[in-house]
Write a protein that binds this ligand. Structure first.
Ligand SMILES: C[S@@+](CC[C@H](N)C(=O)[O-])C[C@H]1O[C@@H](n2cnc3c(N)ncnc32)[C@H](O)[C@@H]1O
Length: 261
């Protein structure tokens, strides 16, 4: 069967996750997270006269910060349940400055050359890389000259880092090597991941997870330039198995990127 790069039912799966979104996903907007996004948004000159697009806006946590900086905001998501929640986030006084689009992120042909800052926070997660590549090309085309593409992408190597720390922890507690491996694989939830291709499958959701080098590769392939990749740093807290015991280790991360069209 050919779905032309769209994995069926992902809209529905994301909609189902809208209600309990904050229980399941790490929050890059929390105050104890080191997030380069804020500085990158603040660096957009004359933002008060410009348009931002929140691509894969989800329940809308970024809409307030974008409306605080930009004149207009386009909020796009393919999941109706997400768009519904995102609408509720916008204050009455700001409604006229936000345009909601319920559609897939590669469907931007009517927006070519209209966006100054496109932002994709944990939403470049399509399990089919053809769809990701098409999306990156569409995002680049919708940016105005001088525009910028900013995003956060879930890190597959951070899962391997967590595994390493859990493995060491188990060995330090005297476990035999095979038991220590089983302990680490269980608590780092390896059953949900395909490490070779960077994929995650959980309760109907299928998501792409990234290496930093893959972001550089795919952004460059889509024609972006001046690409920089850095880390969003998450403290070891109770969002992570064994988090309390890992508090003194260097933090976990997702990938942050900035690229120009
Ligand atoms: C992990 S959530 C992140 C939501 C939001 N950006 C945030 O920071 O909380 C991913 C969002 O991307 C949306 N999404 C995933 N693939 C998409 C696609 N191909 N087109 C449009 N939206 C998509 C999902 O519906 C979901 O709302």
């Amino acid at each position: 069967m050919n779905f032309n790069g769209h994995t069926p039912n992902q809209e529905r799966s994301w909609s189902r996750h809208a209600a309990r979104y904050n229980d399941v996903f790490l929050d890059p907007y929390a105050t104890d997270v080191v997030n380069p996004l804020w500085q990158a948004l603040d660096a957009v000159g004359d933002a008060g006269a410009k348009t931002a697009a929140d691509l894969g806006c989800g329940t809308g946590p970024l809409l307030g910060p974008l409306l605080g900086r930009f004149r207009r905001v386009v909020a796009l998501d393919f999941a109706p349940g997400m768009i519904e929640r995102a609408r509720e986030q916008v204050a009455e006084a700001d409604r006229a400055r936000v345009e909601f689009l319920q559609r897939p992120m590669d469907d931007l042909a009517d927006r070519v050359g209209t966006i100054d800052a496109a932002v994709a926070i944990n939403s470049l997660v399509m399990p089919d890389v053809r769809c990701i590549q098409r999306t990156l090309e569409a995002v680049r085309a919708c940016l105005r000259p001088g525009g910028v593409f900013l995003g956060i992408a879930p890190s597959i190597d951070a899962i391997q880092y967590h595994t390493l720390l859990l493995h060491d922890q188990a060995l330090d507690h005297g476990m035999e090597p095979a038991d220590a491996e089983r302990f680490a694989a269980f608590h780092a939830e390896h059953r949900y991941y395909d490490f070779a291709f960077g994929r995650f499958k959980f309760r109907g959701l299928r998501q792409k997870f990234w290496h930093g080098f893959e972001l550089e590769h795919r952004l460059a392939r889509a024609g972006f330039r001046s690409i920089t990749v850095s880390k969003v740093l998450y403290p070891w807290d109770d969002n992570f198995a064994g988090g309390a015991e890992l508090a003194d280790c260097p933090p976990s991360w997702d990938w942050f990127f900035r690229a120009e069209p």
